[in-house]
Design a protein around this ligand. Structure first.
Ligand SMILES: Cc1cc2nc3c(=O)[nH]c(=O)nc-3n(C[C@H](O)[C@H](O)[C@H](O)COP(=O)(O)OP(=O)(O)OC[C@H]3O[C@@H](n4cnc5c(N)ncnc54)[C@H](O)[C@@H]3O)c2cc1C
Length: 410
């Protein structure tokens, strides 16, 4: 980048006011640090985010983190939907691998909240923070770091400077590229089509994950007769499915779901997302850290994406605060390295595990089909495995462990 015009001084510049960037801004509240969040969209877009069809499954850890940030309280109670039970089905078999909240001593396995409700709550909270500036309608158009600072070029020819730059600019992060950080990217050649549907029978708070042949279908409980639907299909079929009239689409989902919930009807629009998973090979570079999808963009099947993003930003915020408490350099390599090693220990196995699950459950060759059936039965009949999977879904123990290490969040 060219070093244009004057550099303004901040402690931290966050590129991207998505869920990860805004969570980090909230986590730094009260630290005394001057934070600039840069976002290409308008303030109006942030305050009234459009529905994007995503209902995000949040773990207990994520709920606790959002509560600590004062964000959870800003989500209307009626927009938080507990998942009581979960069932995994394979192909046309009626056999299910099931998870029951009562067996794991929790009131819910997790909580579904629309992405636009999360984003609205985050921006409302972030706008109340002293010491945090949110600059909207502004694009980061280049970055450069040296031993002393990160220099960030903004649209409109302005350049700003900070001790630390945080990239929260999505899984296709341009900052990651500018910083020369490579990433493992996996294009599944599939798309997720998401929408909401009303249905005749009560879903009883059960989340269904159906690994059908050729397609997978998730039916996630919102209200007793309203569900969030995620269909993953081969990318070449996505346009045709989006173009189906409402009646044909609804009837097809009802039939694929084996009529479990009776009549089903599309509510609102369908949205499609290409399924590309990304894991950055480093989460830090000189005076730069990656958070959220810029660090790890997950396949949505295991619902880890934002949960990991929240956890990562909390870890980074804790390291920044620790450095600040001793008047240290918040962008020092040792600070960033501690963030990176803690977060990568968590993300690497989940990223690899999720991609293997997707590989197995979308492979329709005979040996994979046999293995899938065995996997579901093994999950049901091996209590330690079942508990391990449930603990991943719930993240209750992770909550305890993380809070031990993040004293500021108590
Ligand atoms: C279908 C689907 C279902 C999902 N389900 C779940 C789930 O159940 N549970 C879960 O935990 N996660 C889920 N996720 C993942 C979750 O949605 C993401 O992890 C999360 O939204 C990522 O947030 P982020 O802030 O990292 O990135 P983003 O939401 O992509 O935000 C990036 C922000 O950066 C801004 N930006 C980018 N470049 C620039 C620039 N140069 N200058 C200024 N601004 C810039 C963008 O405008 C945007 O506001 C799902 C994802 C999908 C697609």
């Amino acid at each position: 980048m060219s070093h244009a015009t004057t550099d303004t001084e901040f402690d931290i510049i966050i590129n991207g006011a998505g869920p990860a960037g805004l969570s980090l801004a909230c986590s730094l509240a009260g630290s005394g640090l001057r934070t600039l969040v840069v976002e290409q969209h308008s303030l109006e877009d942030l305050r009234c985010p459009a529905a994007d069809g995503r209902d995000i499954a949040l773990t207990h850890l994520s709920r606790q983190l959002l509560e600590q940030l004062g964000v959870w309280q800003r989500i209307p109670a009626g927009a938080i939907h507990p998942i009581r039970k979960a069932q995994v089905l394979d192909g046309t078999s009626p056999y299910v691998l099931d998870f029951d909240n009562a067996k794991f001593g929790v009131d819910a396995l997790g909580f579904l909240v629309a992405n636009h409700d999360i984003r609205r709550a985050l921006i409302e909270q972030a706008l109340t923070l002293p010491g945090t500036e949110i600059r909207t309608d502004t694009t980061v158009s280049g970055v450069h770091t040296d031993a002393a600072a990160a220099h960030v070029q903004l649209s409109g020819e302005r350049s700003v400077r900070a001790a630390l730059l945080v990239a929260a600019d999505s899984r296709f992060s341009q900052t990651r590229r500018w910083m020369g950080i490579s990433a493992d990217m996996h294009d599944f050649g599939r798309a997720a089509i998401v929408c909401r549907m009303q249905h005749e029978r009560d879903n009883r708070g059960i989340a269904f994950e159906c690994f059908h042949y050729g397609r997978t279908l998730a039916v996630l409980p919102l209200r007793p007769q309203l569900a969030s639907i995620v269909v993953t299909v081969s990318s070449d079929q996505a346009d045709a499915i989006l173009a189906q009239d409402e009646h044909t689409f609804s009837a097809d989902i009802r039939q694929r779901f084996d009529d479990r919930l009776g009549e089903m009807q599309l509510v609102g629009q369908r949205h499609a997302y290409p399924l590309v998973a990304v894991h950055a090979n480093r989460f830090v570079a000189r005076r730069c850290a990656l958070v959220g999808d810029a660090a790890v963009g997950m396949h949505p099947v295991t619902a880890h994406g934002f949960n990991l993003g929240l956890r990562g930003q909390a870890t980074l915020a804790a390291e920044i605060r620790r450095a600040r408490a001793v008047r240290g350099d918040i962008g020092a390599p040792a600070v960033l390295e501690r963030y990176q090693s803690t977060q990568r220990r968590v993300t690497r196995p989940l990223y690899a595990g999720t991609n293997h699950i997707v590989g197995l459950f979308t492979d329709d060759r005979a040996p994979a089909k046999v293995l899938r059936k065995l996997a579901l039965r093994f999950g049901n009949h091996c209590p330690p495995i079942k508990r391990m999977i449930a603990n991943q879904l719930i993240e209750r123990h992770a909550a305890n462990n993380l809070f031990l290490r993040l004293p500021f969040l108590r």
